[in-house]
Design a binder for this molecule. Structure first.
Ligand code: ADP
Ligand code: MG
Length: 323
């Protein structure tokens, strides 16, 4: 199978059909008919670094798109078109079948067309570029948090960090197998908050997607907004599966420091906060976890004490980083 057969077989039909794709896969470039303002994002996944080398191929395909859907959602945009740059050690039909199925299913579910890409031979790496449309012409940013705002997070952060350990071979002692499977699924098949992001336009003052750890990602919002954020540890939404797996302090630590959640963290004016969970209930569960205050950085309120939260989340090129 050469490169051209591979593209035809696995990728031509993988995404959603869209009327605004005037020319898709097969030429030197794609031609799109796009109105208004677009958001564009790109993320790379490296085998052995962002996922275990032996991860199910469907999970790798799903995650390659999911991490980008999450960034698009954090900007308040609706995902539309993707470009896939794929580097593979070998063209293995079974792996490619599953990879394209995992990516394609998520793409079609969210109306994303795969309009082009690049295919090369080398160590496993996947770079996906995703476009999204801003329905109202304004985006969410990290920089708008105001003193007095309430801080929210969607879903149950921390699950994926523990799920990664399970995927890596950890057998949690005495944990119900259905909980272990659920946590593993949260790492392997994250569901980015595609519908919640655009719904937060006009409500949220700032937004970020939680990929490197909730505490560290909120520190980025605080820095961009010139404010401080205080988090109540006791209000962190912890899943039943995670609470069954580890003691509550460890679950809180995973929620704050673990990565790969692909949830949204955002701030809203106090006046909006009380009704917000109900208002977006059909789109995603959201929980108020803290507040925006004067100062800088993130502080954690735990057991009646307030202390600075200094864990900075995952970073490439830092000592101890390089995952
Ligand atoms: P070129 O030789 O001009 O670089 P390629 O042979 O790389 O073109 O690609 C041929 C066509 O297939 C192009 O439309 C390109 O966008 C598309 N393509 C290549 N690799 C992928 C991929 N992994 N997924 C989707 N489309 C791809
Ligand atoms: Mg060409």
């Amino acid at each position: 199978m050469d490169e051209f057969e591979l593209i035809e077989r696995y990728f031509r039909g993988a995404g959603a059909p869209r009327d605004d794709v005037l020319l898709g896969i097969g030429d030197d470039g794609a031609v799109l008919a796009l109105p208004g303002r677009q958001v564009v994002v790109v993320d790379t996944l490296i085998g052995g670094r962002h996922f275990p080398d032996d991860a199910p191929a469907a999970s790798v395909g799903h995650r390659a798109l999911a991490v980008n859907l999450s960034d698009i959602a954090a900007m308040g945009a609706v995902p539309t078109h993707a470009l896939l740059a794929l580097t593979l050690p070998r063209a293995e039909p079974a792996w490619l079948d599953e990879f394209a199925a995992g990516l394609g299913a998520l793409a079609r579910r969210h109306g994303v067309a795969l309009v082009g890409g690049d295919t090369t031979c080398g160590p496993l790496a996947i770079t996906l570029t995703l476009l999204g449309r801003l329905p109202d012409g304004v985006e969410l940013r990290r920089s708008g948090a105001q003193i007095g705002d309430a801080v929210f997070v969607s879903g149950t952060p921390g699950d994926a960090a523990y799920g990664l350990r399970i995927a890596g071979g950890l057998t949690p002692h005495g944990l119900d197998p259905s909980c272990a499977a659920e946590l593993r699924r949260r790492f392997e098949y994250p569901e980015p908050r595609v519908l919640l992001g655009p719904a937060l336009i006009g409500l949220a003052t700032s937004c970020i997607d939680v990929s490197d750890g909730l505490g560290g990602d909120l520190a980025k919002v605080a820095a961009a907004s010139g404010v401080a954020i205080e988090i109540d540890a006791a209000r962190l939404p912890l899943s039943a599966a995670l609470r069954a797996a580890v003691p509550v302090e460890e679950a809180q630590r995973l929620a704050l420091e673990g990565g790969d959640d692909y949830e949204l963290a955002f701030t809203v004016p106090r006046a909006v906060a009380a009704q917000l969970p109900q208002r977006v209930a059909a789109l995603a569960p959201v929980t108020e976890i803290g507040r925006v205050v004067a100062g800088s950085g993130v502080a954690l309120r735990q057991n009646g004490r307030v202390r600075p939260f200094t864990h900075r989340g995952f970073m490439h090129f830092s000592a101890g980083g390089g995952r």
